[in-house]
Design a protein around this ligand. Sequence first.
Ligand code: ZN
Length: 74
Amino acid sequence: MIHLPAMAGENHPQRQFLGVYFVRCLVYGRLYKNAEGTAYEGNCPRCGAHFHIRIGEGGTADRFFKAYCPPPKR
Ligand SMILES: [Zn+2]
């Protein structure tokens, strides 16, 4: 049985995101701008670490970001 996941979020082209490379997990992901437009937020798709990147005054021209996940808890 083939199950196609709903493309949640893909219906909101105006929602800005920041491309992120999670260095320690070797995976790419996205952080989405929050409702207030003050920060990009999201989780590492592999380990689930939460990231909250504040958008500075005047905004940042960077459209790509490297994130370092904390070591996994055991
Ligand atoms: Zn991670």
